[in-house]
Design a protein around this ligand. Structure first.
Ligand SMILES: [Zn+2]
Length: 326
């Protein structure tokens, strides 16, 4: 999730506040009930991976603290899956190249399609947990593009990084698995001009403790992508998230070329643009950092929910991306 929208929406914000207020009371009631009824389970903290020894597999929380109404995004339904995901294995196309390693030493991989001068990038899975459907989408695109080279114009090269946060992804599709193994929100960790270690959580994702890192670019996953972008001349890029808020242009304030890319991609996908303003100020995002460091245009784009890959809509987005020029 993305950058501060310019346009304010007082009505939307008021609704979001009302939802948050009501939800906070509900959450408190559920929490008290939970702690009273299940003292043994309550002693097993789901936050242990934060700041301590990373745990690849978290103990499932049988009675979830999570209430769907707590979400600042009423359009999306959360997922509570603590199982270990099946690794993506694909032998029918180009071999991926490792561009760096996660904090736990897992490779971060890039697939390359085409060999033209105009270079484009797709990054998915920057948030683990229930944003894993972005990695599903990227993997489906990799398989498709391997068999349909005609999608890539002769003057273009497309790079796809399907899983920027493999340690988060390995913890399953749940609320505990968003950050990397150091508890850092990677889409708050890029050393853009607006990077901060902490922010007002009021209207932002706030289900678990997380930070922007000890400094901008403190995390190995972030540095891997920074190095990749720094060593390529990218015309445009998409950073995928879920869910439902729409397409957020890079830049704080939004940059013109990124606004145009966002509008183009919204036309191709029917995702909302301008994006839905929940009153959260996004800092240290990949898209912001990218446009400050030479990428022609960048967006954060959210799939329609936390389950579906939205493949067909995003095949259209890829085609629009590959036709984009500043
Ligand atoms: Zn996200």
């Amino acid at each position: 999730m993305p950058s501060r929208p310019r346009r304010s929406r007082p009505t939307g914000s008021a609704v979001a506040w009302a939802i948050d207020g009501g939800a906070a009371l509900l959450l408190l009631a559920v929490l008290v009930t939970y702690l009273t009824r299940q003292p043994a389970q309550a002693s097993s903290s789901p936050f242990e991976y934060l700041g301590g020894t990373p745990r690849p597999t978290l103990t499932p929380v049988p009675t979830s603290f999570y209430l769907p109404t707590v979400t600042p995004n009423p359009l999306s339904t959360p997922v509570e899956d603590y199982s270990t995901p099946t690794p993506f294995a694909f032998s029918g196309g180009p071999a991926p190249r490792t561009i760096g390693y996660s904090a736990l030493g897992e490779p971060i991989e890039n697939y390359t399609f085409g060999q033209g001068e105009q270079q484009y990038l797709i990054v998915a899975g920057i948030h683990g947990g229930y944003e894993g459907n972005t990695t599903d989408l990227a993997n489906q695109l990799v398989v498709y593009l391997a068999g349909h080279s005609e999608v890539i114009p002769s003057d273009a090269t497309l790079y796809v990084i399907p899983a920027m946060n493999p340690d988060g992804a390995a913890r399953g599709r749940n609320v505990d698995a968003r950050a990397n193994s150091n508890g850092v929100d990677l889409n708050r960790n890029f050393p853009s001009r607006n990077w901060v270690p902490d922010w007002d959580r009021g209207n932002c994702w706030n289900y678990r403790p997380t930070t922007g890192g000890q400094s901008g670019g403190s995390e190995p996953e972030t540095r891997a992508v920074m190095n990749f972008i720094g060593s390529h001349h990218l015309r445009a890029m998409i950073s995928y998230h879920s869910a439902a808020l729409g397409v957020f242009p890079g830049g704080d304030p939004w940059e013109t070329a990124s606004e145009r890319l966002a509008s183009t991609l919204a036309d191709a996908t029917n995702y909302p643009y301008p994006p839905i303003d929940i009153g959260c100020h996004y800092t240290g995002t990949l898209a912001d950092w990218a446009v400050e460091h030479g990428v022609g245009a960048a967006v954060d784009m959210e799939l329609s929910n936390h389950q579906d890959a939205d493949f067909t809509r995003n095949l259209g987005a890829v085609q629009a991306l590959l036709e984009f020029s500043e």
